[in-house]
Design a protein around this ligand. Structure first.
Ligand SMILES: Cc1ncc(COP(=O)(O)O)c(C=O)c1O
Length: 430
């Protein structure tokens, strides 16, 4: 039975039970697949598109022998961001006066405004914190919860949005209910129903992950927000795997708070993170750290969500360079970034399916984003991870299986190479 392999507008077929020869032909030819299968005009357009992505790849300093494909964990920054961090750090060391540092505050506000516009929020709703971990903890520590209250979480949440709730619950006496969803959902409703069943009249918070780092499942967060808001439930979303990968519009998504890291898909400076809090919710959340800006009566001069980012001396250079990362995304266009992330993820998943690999991540676009995970027995993961790096120059991760997350700096050749590596090491996963 033919399996349809979709490459942009081109649809071509590969036998489901691919022979060794067809599999190798497929893996070897995927970069030029459109050229083989489409009209000359379409092939030329595909080549031109790939050439345009090459100009994006060239903005990143990594070597072809060491290709990053682990955006879920850490991304390289383009040269423009790296250079800005270096230059601004140097400038502080040359002159660390208040006079010189004053401009960093102005530039940081400009960065906040750019980032806010890109994620569909107001600048006053954005706190520039250190990472997703800290942003998640500001929410699970900052909401007033007590005995009798319930918090519903997804069991696939990161520890900072999972174990952290359990730790707060021990201190405050509220209850945490953990939800499991089907491993291979067929449609968004399969992901909504388990949460619906867990909500009770005592539920005060629903704390989710937009896209899981250990399965790649993309939750229908917008629908879940609408359901939860009917009962006045605060919805927190860990967006570590969506900011910089998908086009995120937070007002449209409807969540009350959203956490993310600039050093992941946003390709921004390291140890800079984002905490969005819907304007109406800001006053109900306590800050984790109280630093200059607060008075003894707990009133603050810090406007809006800035009250969450006051932590004493910060890395002004990194915070300011966030604006360069926003400009990098704007130069491509966030819609094009998402399209490329989805195109490469789809290429990868189809290639892995063709070699017979069992995917943890759903094949359907609507149920996943850029995180792609192959099912690999836990005792073999490390060997596969090392072999892919040493022999094929592909830096992946052992999270949830063998995880690969291609991003805009990757090419179709990188994805093809990753699939070839997995094919060569099938004894480690089949
Ligand atoms: C879903 C999710 N949340 C939070 C984190 C923590 O990110 P950070 O270390 O940048 O705080 C990660 C890291 O991989 C993650 O995947």
């Amino acid at each position: 039975m033919p399996t349809a392999l979709r490459d942009r507008n081109v649809c071509y077929a590969l036998p489901r039970m691919a022979t060794e020869a067809t599999r190798r032909q497929f893996l070897g030819g995927i970069a030029t697949a459109s050229a083989l299968a489409a009209s000359p005009a379409k092939a030329r357009a595909a080549e031109e598109a790939e050439a345009r992505w090459q100009t994006v790849r060239k903005q990143f300093p990594f070597r072809e022998e060491r290709v990053p494909m682990n955006a879920a964990n850490l991304c390289p920054s383009p040269e423009s961001v790296a250079r800005t961090v270096t230059e601004l750090t140097r400038s502080i060391d040359v002159d660390c006066s208040f006079q010189n540092r004053a401009r960093y505050a102005t530039d940081r506000e400009a960065a906040r405004t750019l980032v806010a516009a890109q994620v569909g929020a107001e600048a006053d709703e954005i706190a520039l914190v250190r990472n997703t971990s800290e942003a998640n903890n500001i929410i699970n520590n900052g909401l007033d919860l007590e005995t009798g209250d319930e918090v519903v979480i997804w069991d696939q949440n990161h520890p900072t949005n999972n174990v952290a709730w359990a730790v707060r619950a021990r201190r405050r006496g509220f209850t945490v209910r953990s939800v499991t969803v089907p491993a291979q959902p067929n449609d968004p409703d399969d992901l909504i129903q388990p949460f619906l069943r867990a909500l009770t009249p005592r539920t005060r918070v629903l704390s989710l992950t937009h896209a899981s780092n250990i399965s790649g499942i993309l939750l229908p967060v917008r629908e879940l927000c609408m359901i939860a808001h009917r009962s006045g439930i605060h919805v927190h979303v860990d967006g570590a795997q969506t900011w910089g990968a998908l086009q995120v519009d937070l007002h449209d998504l409807g969540c009350d708070s959203y956490a993310a890291s600039a050093h992941k898909w946003f390709c921004g400076p390291k140890e800079v993170g984002l905490l969005y809090t819907r304007s109406e919710r800001i006053r109900d959340i306590w800050p984790n750290t109280v630093a200059p800006g607060w008075g003894a009566t707990a009133d603050t001069d810090l406007v809006g969500a800035r009250k969450f980012e006051s932590m004493g001396q910060r890395d002004d250079a990194a915070l300011t360079a966030l604006g360069e990362a926003a400009k990098f995304h704007a130069s491509i266009g966030t819609a094009h970034v998402e399209a490329r992330v989805r195109e490469l993820a789809s290429q990868l998943k189809q290639s892995l399916h063709a070699i017979g690999a069992n995917l943890v991540t759903p094949m359907a676009d609507g149920l996943s984003a850029g995180v792609c995970i192959v099912n690999v027995p836990s005792e073999k993961r490390q060997a596969l991870f090392e072999a892919m790096y040493d022999e094929f120059g592909i830096a992946g991760s052992t999270a949830g299986g063998f995880r690969l997350c291609p991003h805009v700096y990757n090419t179709r050749e990188h994805v093809e190479r990753a699939a070839r590596g997995l094919d060569a090491h099938r004894s480690l996963w089949s």
